[in-house]
Design a protein around this ligand. Sequence first.
Ligand SMILES: Cc1ncc(COP(=O)(O)O)c(C=O)c1O
Length: 413
Amino acid sequence: MTQLSPRLKQATPVVVDHGEGVYLFDTAGRRFLDFTAGIGVTSTGHCHPRVVEAAQAQVAKLIHGQYTTVMHQPLLALTERLGEVLPAGIDTLFFANSGSEAVEASIRLARMATGRPNIIVFSGGFHGRTVAAASLTTSGTKVRAGFAPLMAGVSVAPFPHAYHYGWDEDTATKFALRELDFLLATQSAPDDTAAFLVEPVLGEGGYVPASTAFLAGLRERADRYGIQLILDEVQTGFGRTGRFWGHDHFDSRADILVMAKGIASGFPLSAIAAPAALMEKAWPGSQGGTYGGNAVACAAAVATLDVIQSEGLVENSAVQGQRLVAGLRATAADHKEIGDVRGLGLMLACEFTTADGSPDTATATRVHAAAAANGLLLLTCGPFGNVVRMIPPLIVTPAQIDEALALWTTSLT
Ligand SMILES: Cc1ncc(COP(=O)(O)O)c(C=O)c1O
C-alpha cells in the first residue's frame, strides 16, 4: 500500500473536504475557523467566488501556455496589473512557482548583476527548502540539517529581535547594524557581497517585525557598497501586514522584491521584481522554467488583485489586525505564560515563555492543539516552536475575529 511520507508533518489532525471564506470543513462536516490561511496564502479566503470564476474560465481556455515557448494573455495582464502595486521604479518581473524558486532567482540575479559571490542573511530568516534557499535559512536547524554541504557564500548577521535579546527596539537595532559592519569587516568584504536578503517581518522565525532604522541601515550600506537589497515579501506581501508590502511600514526600498503566497489565492505562483536596468543584468538563459507563470495561476492572481482592491482588503487587514492584537494583548494580561504579543496587520503571534524567560514549547504545543480541537486552526513558528501565530484570510470580519478570540481564550485554560 502506498502512503504519504511520514516526514510530512501535520500541524492539525484535520482532513479537509472543502473551504469557504474563512472556514474549512472536514470530511465529517465539522467547521473550523481557519486562521492559518494555508500558511498565509489564501488571503481572499477559501474559494473566493471571483477567483473561482476566473480560474474556471481560464481552465476552459488555456491551462498551460509555456512562457518561453509562447506568450499568453493572463501573464501579460498580470504583469500590467502588478504595476499598480509595485513600488516606484520596480517595473520588471520574472515569474516562477514557489517562494523558494523566487528566492533562488533573486540571488542568482544579484550575483550576476554584481559579479560578487556572497549573500548576507539575517538570523531567524526563512527563505525556503530547496538547497540554496535552505542555505539562506536560519529559522531553525530542521530546514538545513542533515544534507550538507549547503551552498557556499552565505554569512549570517543578527536580526533586531528585541524580545529574544531582552532589549528595546533601538538597542537591538544598533546591535544588529554594528554586528553587520563587523561581519562586513571580518567575513564578507563589501566587494565580495552581492546582496543582503531579509524579511520585513520574520515569518517562520517567530513573527518579528524589523525596524525602520534597521532597514534604513541596510539601505544605506547597500547604496554605499553597491550591494543589492533583496526584500523577501513572500509571506508579508499582498496586504498581509495591513500595508500592501511589509516594507511599507518601514519606509524602505528594495532593489529586488520577492513575492509569492498571497499573490494568487492558493495557486502556485511566485515572482521577483526589479528595475529593468537591474533585471537586464541577468545572464541570457538564466530565467525560465516549465511551469512558471502558469495561465490559470495568473488568471487567479489578476482576480486576487481585483478582490484585494475592490473589497479593501489591505485596509481590512489593518483594521481587523488592530482588533485581533488588542484582544490578544487583553488575554495575555491574564496569562503570564504569554511573554510577548507581536506582529503587524493580520500577521500576529503570541510567544510562550516560562517564568524564567525560557521558551515554553510545551504550553504552546498544548494550546495550539486545544485550539484545533475547539475549532480554531492555528500554526506555530519560531526556532523553539513556542510561538503560536494567527494569519487569517484578509476578508475576516469583526465577528470572526471575536469568535477566534473566544476560542483562543478557552484554549488557554
Ligand atoms: C518569507 C518566505 N520566503 C520563502 C518561503 C518559501 O516559499 P515556498 O514554501 O513557496 O518555497 C516562505 C515560505 O513559507 C517564506 O515565508
